[in-house]
Design a protein around this ligand. Structure first.
Ligand code: URA
Length: 276
């Protein structure tokens, strides 16, 4: 503590940071973000000026198409994501491409790029919202309290992320791979620029069924909100049946809603039996 800062001032500053959403110290030493601002701006301008093909991993030396320059930053990001995702021939390459994607600011505040967990051969793929603090720490989706409830819910219908048999397995990902600061919801532009990776993820994993876990996942995959209305109603994503369900974080706060979640789990189990 410096000479001019007494205990009360230090505490007031700390409380102010907590109010702004700071809930965790990421590094031992503070980082002067103002000093980094000019550097970040220069990096962004260089990224924007570079042809999109420069940030797309190339496969087998094939020439990547160069996108025409566009004005809007989000449009540029979406286009880069589409190209980068399309070039990923398998899940490990997709994870690599996502980790290298430079356009999403969420990346700057997160420790991990949380790609997926479970069995990629699973018949059921769950798409959640985004990593929280524990997921960011461990680099895996749904490993905090909501994740424990998710595991228990699916165990009740015989499905598990650790099952080697695809018929009993789960494969789990999120709409965004980086933890949004202060656990806020991912914004529309963030969802839009990361959606090409999510769609390619589904295409490569080829699940028989998709569970759309909560409002944000509905927004990303169905472009609709209102999970209390949408839950339990079968939709279609990438040509596959998809079931919107209440998010386990919501169930932790609303015990009585577990009844609806149970009905949806049973519907999922029945649909799995019907599918070839
Ligand atoms: N909530 C989510 O939607 N995803 C996670 O990975 C963790 C919590």
């Amino acid at each position: 503590m410096n000479a001019q800062m007494d205990w009360h001032l230090a505490r007031a500053l700390l409380e102010w940071q907590v109010e702004l959403g700071v809930d965790e110290a990421l590094m031992d030493a503070p980082v002067d973000r103002f000093a980094r601002a000019a550097e970040i701006q220069a990096e962004r301008e260089a990224e924007r000026a570079a042809p999109v093909a420069d940030v797309v991993p190339k496969r087998g030396g094939a020439p990547a198409p160069v996108a025409a320059p566009v004005e809007d930053e989000v449009e540029v990001a979406i286009r880069a994501a589409q190209q980068s995702a399309a070039y990923a021939a398998d899940l490990p390459s997709l994870a690599e491409a996502l980790a290298a994607f430079p356009h999403c600011d969420l990346k700057r505040g997160a420790r991990s790029c949380v790609f997926a967990d479970g069995n990629p051969q699973a018949r059921v793929m769950i798409v959640g919202e985004g990593p929280g603090a524990e997921e960011d720490r461990q680099g895996k989706p749904f490993v905090g309290r909501a994740g424990q409830l998710l595991d228990a819910m699916f165990a009740a219908i015989g499905l598990s992320r650790t099952a080697p048999d695809p018929a009993q397995a789960l494969y789990i990902t999120n709409t965004v791979p980086w933890r949004p600061p202060g656990n806020r919801e991912p914004s529309k532009p963030e969802l839009a620029m990361l959606k090409p990776f999510l769609m390619r993820h589904i295409e490569l994993a080829q699940p028989d069924l998709i569970v759309i876990m909560g409002n944000v996942a509905c927004d990303a995959l169905l472009e609709q909100r209102g999970i209390l209305r949408l839950r339990g109603k079968w939709a279609e994503v990438a040509g596959r049946p998809a079931l919107p369900m209440l998010h386990p974080a919501y169930l932790l706060r609303n015990n009585e809603a577990k009844r609806e979640a149970w009905a949806d789990l049973l519907a999922l189990k029945a649909r799995l039996r019907q599918l070839p």
